[in-house]
Design a protein around this ligand. Structure first.
Ligand SMILES: [Zn+2]
Ligand SMILES: [Zn+2]
Length: 360
């Protein structure tokens, strides 16, 4: 078990939702003292993920109010515990979805902490000492250093924040399917939102031909001209879907709305893989024929381990990959959440927690 730090004596200003109305208001929480394995982080930016919206509104029936959302956190280290060797005061760092894991199981030992069954999330989780975890919509965070990554010096600390959830969510399936080091594959990205837009950038940086599959013809111009996609298929256009049959090696499906996988699977070559990273709350339709007649695979994936998260960040530094963001002030969080609910954002809101434009 990770260290226990029962002394929650530090007062921290934050933004919290108090009931299923989801309305965010300024609030104050207590955080633990910086333990021997911890770093304290002055939070500069925090991305707004769709998961935050589900939590503040208690869509999944698991919210512990008051909830302080936020798991796309970037900031500066201000304090370092005595066991921490790889971080120092002033380092630019990021924290994603994970606060703690057992550190002993087969998954923790193989840098897949995200599959540890004792995993604790960075907000709305329960830490080892029994305290509820509070996320990045706050001015300061005390984090176990094993769940903190270094940020590339050359990138905006605001625009890298969403990489800590949206980025790693799409990076891991690409790595799992050997698409980081072996260019020249044809990959499909279903859905063009917070996840999909980063997936296109990764796909292009890693040398692949990228096809976007979307219900919205209006997104084609931006997908091609701004994000660099090579091809665009409107999923409601039967002719385009037919022309795309058996053309793709791999598909990443980022759509969180209910949809059928059958037509999408037909786009895969024989032996192709479709990886699901969107999370529809209704069961998805998965017909057997496209699987059987194409020896195709459907699998899922959730975020990534810490080693992979650091690897992703380093590659983003190398390839100059960041998210396309809209920066908001803390007093605009409610408005941003409402716009997010309507998918009215290209492609991620990031809260300027500290009002410090020098790191934008
Ligand atoms: Zn997220
Ligand atoms: Zn574990």
């Amino acid at each position: 078990m990770a260290q226990t730090t029962p002394n929650h004596t530090q007062t921290v200003a934050c933004w919290a939702a108090h009931d299923p109305s989801g309305k965010i208001t300024p609030h104050v929480i207590k955080r633990r003292e910086n333990g021997v394995d911890d770093v304290t982080i002055k939070i500069l930016y925090c991305g707004i993920c769709h998961t935050d919206l589900h939590h503040v509104r208690d869509d999944w029936g698991i919210t512990m109010y008051p909830v302080v959302p936020g798991h796309e956190i970037t900031g500066m280290v201000t304090k370092v515990g005595s066991n921490v060797k790889n971080f120092k005061i002033g380092d630019k760092v990021g924290v994603g979805c994970l606060a703690a894991s057992c550190l002993k199981c087969e998954f923790c030992k193989s840098s897949q902490e995200n599959y540890c069954d004792k995993l604790q999330f960075v907000y709305n989780g329960i830490f080892w000492d029994g305290s509820i975890t509070y996320g990045g919509y706050s001015e300061m965070l005390v984090a176990d250093h094993r769940f903190v990554v270094h940020l590339p010096e050359n990138l905006s600390m605001a625009a890298v924040a969403p990489l800590l959830c949206a980025g790693i969510t799409v990076f891991t399936p690409l790595k799992d399917n050997n698409l980081i080091e072996s260019p020249g594959k044809k990959i499909g990205v279903v859905g063009l939102g917070g996840l999909g837009h980063v997936a296109i950038k990764f796909g292009k940086a890693f040398g692949h031909h990228v096809t976007v599959i979307s219900t919205s013809p209006s997104k084609e111009k931006e997908a091609r001209e701004v994000l660099g996609a090579d091809d665009f298929i409107v999923s409601t256009n039967d002719e385009q879907m037919k022309a795309g049959t058996r053309t793709l090696d791999f598909i990443l499906d980022t759509v969180a709305a209910k949809h059928s996988l059958g037509p999408i699977l037909e786009l895969l070559k024989v032996n192709g893989t479709l990886s699901l990273v969107g999370a529809p709350d209704q069961p998805i339709e998965l017909p057997a024929f496209p699987l059987i007649f194409g020896k195709r695979t459907v699998k899922g994936s959730i975020i990534g381990g810490m080693k992979e998260t650091q690897e992703m960040m380093d590659l983003c530094g190398k390839y100059n990959i960041t998210c396309n963001i809209e920066v908001v002030k803390p007093d605009q969080i409610n408005e941003a959440l409402e716009r997010l609910a309507r998918n009215d954002v290209r492609y991620r809101f990031v809260i300027d927690i500290a009002g410090d434009s020098s790191n934008l």
